[in-house]
Design a protein around this ligand. Structure first.
Ligand code: NAD
Length: 516
């Protein structure tokens, strides 16, 4: 038996703090607690592969509106009639993409590359040029199955961020008990600045480059921030076009439209999973969601579905915020009406801002709203220590990935605010992605009721195991068995979730062994 001293590690040089090192803090903590096998730990500490590549595309001509001040120099410029309005595509940033011959005829009045449209604004004509975009795919770990994880189109992405998000997928797929590993990737761009055809060209080129790295049994992307079922359809087409057994490749992406092999219930699955966890949290305390109030950050795929489902369960949405602003109504926001407002094609930014059934508030005031629940469903790192000090909620259910910083975690613990951590709370998406993948493999189609039923069982079973680990309450019930995972003392819920993930992943390594 080695002496205690043998196990003392020399103090490591302080590593540079990055999104990845921050995200791995909980991994290291849980790995220490359970004495994770040393070699397994080394395997998990860094991703298997980190791919960075570039995608080029030819952009279209666009019209960029001038400021009122700059437009004064063109006061006498006559109005150009738009003969083919279909060809003008307005973007969320106010620019217009010229598709085809949008401005026909000889009455196009252009002066120094500027023209005035019937809306009265003066626009600068910017010729479409070729542009290069930085793209990523991080394949973190495949001990339990093919790499799995979303594709993000966003201006603020980096290798560091995708490493953190890919690792999160490794933990999440283990917690959800789906036979996948973890991956993540995407492109550094703001999709709201590009036209439909431009995004198509960029996406097709992205898959052209990605194709040799992925496959339905190797690495399976899905939607994330800035991507959706339409993007998944393009990726599927580009991957499978011209292949003899094209139908066998349908599982190359999940989150597809149900008409082309997507699963019923996938669109709402992440929000649904968040709601199932919240429902089970209250059921465990002998309470119900009915009558509870909640605050939401992000009204995209995850946020809007979570809000709709929680509202249907009888909860009241008090405040919501997105990239463009925040709104509040102390009597409750009508979630159906808000969804319709956001989906209206006239709402170019697809934003909650301007919704008539609520008043506008500052983003910082969102954190001061008194409510039972907070559902962050936007980007990572939003709940900082400062925000955590201000919050007036009792429970946080993390719809977003990595919304809470480690410092904020400590504040939440100190303040006794309860947490349903991201790797269980938002695991509904990848769980139904797995159902979609099985349906594709088997050429089956499951009903929404069947998907929901399976999802509910999976979410609640694994959430209960995490709660038991957290309370150190090993037990076996009809629904779940937490005995193999409890560690003999209570731990916080984020650590409990990580323990479940690590014990399941470690079992694969230890039972299968290592190839040399
Ligand atoms: P989405 O693009 O559909 O929506 C993102 C929302 O966040 C939008 O409402 C946007 O306006 C808002 N937002 C962006 N920047 C913001 C900011 N700075 N402040 C406030 N709001 C901001 O994306 P999504 O698919 O709903 O993903 C949201 C989160 O959930 C992400 O963290 C994602 O990784 C995570 N997630 C998504 C899925 C899924 O199935 N889509 C699954 C698991 C986790």
């Amino acid at each position: 038996m080695a002496s205690e001293e043998t196990f003392m590690r020399a103090p490591a040089p302080t590593p540079k703090r990055t999104i990845y090192t921050e995200a791995m803090e909980i991994f290291n903590y849980a790995a220490d607690l359970i004495g994770l096998d040393k070699r397994v730990r080394l395997e998990l500490e860094e991703p298997d592969y980190e791919h960075i590549f570039y995608v080029t595309a030819k952009l279209k001509d666009r019209l960029v509106p001038l400021s009122a001040e700059a437009a004064k120099s063109f006061a006498d410029l006559s109005v150009t009639q738009v003969r083919n309005p279909e060809g003008l595509e307005r973007l969320a940033n106010g620019n217009l993409i010229l598709n085809g011959r949008a401005l026909l005829g000889s009455d196009v009045a252009i002066r120094h590359g500027h023209l005035r449209l019937p809306d009265g604004l003066v626009y600068q004509l910017v010729p479409g040029e070729s542009q290069r975009f930085k793209a990523y795919r991080v394949q973190h770990n495949q001990a339990r199955g093919p790499y799995k994880g979303g594709l993000r189109y966003h201006r603020e992405v980096s290798l560091d961020l995708f490493k953190a998000l890919a690792a999160e997928m490794t933990w999440k797929t283990a917690i959800a008990e789906v036979p996948f590993g973890g991956g993540k990737g995407g492109i550094q761009l703001d999709p709201r600045e590009y036209g439909r055809e431009e995004l198509e060209a960029i996406t097709l080129r992205f898959m052209y480059r990605l194709k040799s790295l992925i496959g339905p049994n190797i690495d399976i992307p899905a939607p994330d921030v800035g991507t959706n079922p339409e993007i998944m359809a393009l990726l599927y087409r580009q991957f499978s076009d011209g292949e003899r057994e094209r139908h066998n490749l349908r599982g190359i992406v999940t989150g597809k439209d149900v008409r082309i092999g997507g699963s019923e219930g996938r669109g709402k699955a992440t929000g649904q999973g968040v709601a199932f966890c919240i429902e089970d949290y209250y059921a465990d305390r002998g309470e119900s969601v009915k009558g509870k109030t909640f605050v939401l950050q992000g009204f995209g795929n995850v946020g809007s579905h979570a809000a709709n489902i929680l509202a249907n369960m009888g909860a009241r949405l008090l405040a919501v915020n997105d990239a463009d602003g925040s709104i509040f109504n102390g009597d409750g926001i009508d979630v159906n009406a808000l969804s319709a407002y956001v989906a209206d094609p006239k709402n170019l930014k697809r934003s909650v801002v301007g919704f008539p059934g609520a008043q506008r508030i500052e983003k910082k005031d969102l954190w001061d709203v008194q409510a039972d629940i907070l559902v962050p469903a936007a980007l990572g790192g939003e709940i900082t220590a400062d925000v955590a000090e201000r919050l007036k909620v009792k429970l946080i259910a993390e719809g977003a990935n990595g919304p809470t910083t480690p410092e904020a975690d400590r504040v939440l613990q100190k303040r006794g605010i309860e947490l349903i951590p991201d790797i269980i709370a938002n695991a509904g998406g990848v769980t139904v992605s797995y159902y979609e993948w099985i349906q594709n493999k088997r050429m089956e189609r499951w009903s929404e009721a069947e998907v929901d039923q399976r999802l509910e069982r999976a979410m609640k079973r694994n959430y209960r195991i995490i709660r038991d680990i957290s309370r150190n309450q090993p037990r076996k019930t009809e629904m779940h068995d937490s005995r193999p995972y409890c560690i003999g003392k209570p731990v916080d819920s984020r650590c409990a979730a990580m323990i479940l993930a690590l014990k399941r992943i470690e079992a694969h390594y230890l039972l299968e062994g290592f190839s040399q």
